[in-house]
Ligand binder design. Sequence first.
Ligand code: HEM
Length: 405
Amino acid sequence: PHALTRRTALKGGAALSAASALAVIAPATPWTWSPAQSVPGTGSGADPHRVGDPECDDLVADLARRGEIPTVNRLLKHWTRNGQPLPDGLPHDLHEFLQRAVALPSWTDRGKLAAAARFNEKRGTYLGVIYGFVSGMLSTVIPHEARAVYYSWGGSAMKDRISKTAKLGYDIGTANAFAPDGEHVVTCVKTRLAHAGVRHILPRSPYWQHAADEELPISQADMMVTWHSLPTSAMRQFRKWGVPVAADESAGFLHSWQLTAHALGIADEYIPSSWASAESQAKQVLDPVIDATPEGIKLAHMLLDLGKNLDLSLVSRGVLGAITRFMLGDQIADDLKIPREPVWSPMLEVSWGPYVAVREGILQAGMPPKAYWLFDEFLRQFVLLYMSELRLPISIQIPVMNNPH
Ligand code: HEM
């Protein structure tokens, strides 16, 4: 997966002239994925590297010019449920936008959402670990995302940022995620506003300007890359571990993530219609960009410290590092400077597969009881860690500042 990326090409290109350096900076991997594979099956085919979320970006830029972002953040704090009326006092243009933004698209399939809820209920424990330590860690080796997160306000308040991201992972797994009494659609739409806020102010950060190899942060292409670090990577883990997933539940899980992409402001023509088309897109846009940056390495180590103030022995740096190494492989762990852990690394390599099989009732026995107990206890403590991140009231806001250092 560590093909020559734009960044490594640039790093090695000190002797290149300015003109040829520019040639290198043009997207190394042009977007060739066809809209025929997307949810609507058709589209303009416009290169999503250069497209943000124009409607929402213009709106947030207007709110910023009018000095209304702090008021809007305050007013939206208590707007949490999908079916809840919008608070009074919002600027008219925002009110009108939000009403449209929370509406589910015509292709919403309630039957598939019911199957997704069954999947989430059965596989919630694995999903928690996967979102946290596969998706979360992958986000640190997706260079565009790592730099945007590091140099935005969230990079200076990682604990807070992780709680907000954990809320999205939690909300999508709730039984009523997309129903009027659920919260997930609102969480997505607030995130859409936050991303527009980042597009508005991050380009002014001198640190980001210096490190980034793109002018527009969080492009449509960037969002799909990050999307694959979530559902596509989760499915890859389930396959790797041999966890049986019923066909209708797998399709439902995909559907819940397609709707999530839509609510986040990703254009339907970039959202894959099936797991096969998701895999084909991920192979083109996620796998080749994986690379450790100085920013990503720092973020990864902040993630490993997540459990440090909790009285839970198994969510320590060493164990979480071993989990990361096991899930993402030695190459990524080495690049992130996460060491092998002498007890947990070999134990995971030998016993995680059988553990999952026993847990799923596929195998009756065949693993050391001590390892079984430790893995069970790890999952239990991980759930506690996850829940501790969600304890405080969490309100996703439009940022008005970048990371000051
Ligand atoms: C904010 C999720 C794609 C960069 C957020 C938040 C969530 C979230 C829940 C709110 C948390 C907060 O305010 O701290 C997602 C999901 C994505 C996605 C589910 C795709 C499926 C991306 C991409 C980038 C990015 C592609 C960058 C290339 C950021 C940044 C913030 C943010 C910089 C704001 C941090 C701050 O200043 O507080 N995202 N995101 N996100 N996201 Fe994303």
